[in-house]
Design a protein around this ligand. Structure first.
Ligand SMILES: N[C@@H](CCC(=O)N[C@@H](CS)C(=O)NCC(=O)O)C(=O)O
Length: 226
């Protein structure tokens, strides 16, 4: 049985990618939730995750004596472990494309990630409006995001590569950000956002996030309480 170490579902976008992926493909696993704190070296989070991974971050996947940290490495490991499940598209060109946009999410979109940290239960529409007016890099990230999604979704497909795949799991936290901050996006994006939010694995994560009561100050640049 796989073990997945994650952070708070409301805040941990990297954990969400791994958790949604495993659930979307019905991969059995045991979840180990480690509560976020101020991430100080002697705090409970770092002490506990440090027993599992020297990197000291979530998500971490443990499969027997194999430990995989980093969401993209986890996605690749799970795809390789369950070749029948088509976590990546079967078609070589589509798979290359899906890998490219997943890696791009993993290493890019810095303005969007920095200005709009994931906060599933928050209504940050007013903050989003201000950020949108003041932050040209954020507007550029969203414009580029919509061009990436738009080229794929223009033919009416349900998910980025037809069937739900790793790329959709990687962009699921982006969908929650666009929603929490109510960033202005086009109809095609809104429709894809709705489909992602309705996906059972995403909905399961979101519902659990909404149940959490913890307020983590380091993840809350815009609120004083929940
Ligand atoms: N690139 C890593 C990022 C992991 C990451 O930054 N995780 C955050 C939680 S979403 C974390 O553990 N932060 C603790 C810290 O920064 O000390 C991945 O894809 O897994």
């Amino acid at each position: 049985m796989l073990s997945l170490y994650i952070g708070n579902k409301n805040y941990s976008s990297w954990s969400m990618r791994a958790g949604v992926l495993l659930d979307a493909f019905a991969v059995p696993y045991t979840e180990h939730a480690l509560a976020f704190d101020d991430f100080s070296a002697d705090g409970a989070f770092k002490q506990n995750i440090g027993k599992v991974s020297a990197a000291g971050k979530v998500p971490v996947l443990v499969d027997g004596d194999i430990t995989v940290w980093d969401s993209l490495a986890i996605a690749e490991y799970v795809a390789e472990s369950f070749p029948d499940k088509a976590l990546w598209p079967r078609d070589k060109a589509a798979r290359a494309h899906a890998r490219a946009i997943s890696a791009e999410m993993h290493s890019g979109f810095n303005a969007l990630r920095n200005a709009c940290p994931m906060n599933i239960d928050a209504d940050l529409a007013a903050i989003g409006q201000t950020l949108w007016q003041e932050n040209a890099a954020l507007r550029a990230d969203v414009a580029y995001l919509e061009s990436v999604w738009g080229k794929l979704l223009a033919d009416g497909r349900e998910y980025l590569f037809g069937e739900f795949c790793i790329a959709d799991a990687f962009y699921a936290p982006v969908v929650t950000r666009l929603k929490s901050y109510a960033l202005p996006v086009n109809e095609l994006t809104l429709a894809y956002m709705a489909r992602i939010q309705a996906h059972p694995a995403v909905d399961k994560w979101v519902q659990a996030a909404l149940q959490e009561q913890t307020f983590v100050a380091v993840d809350e640049p815009y609120r004083q309480h929940r």
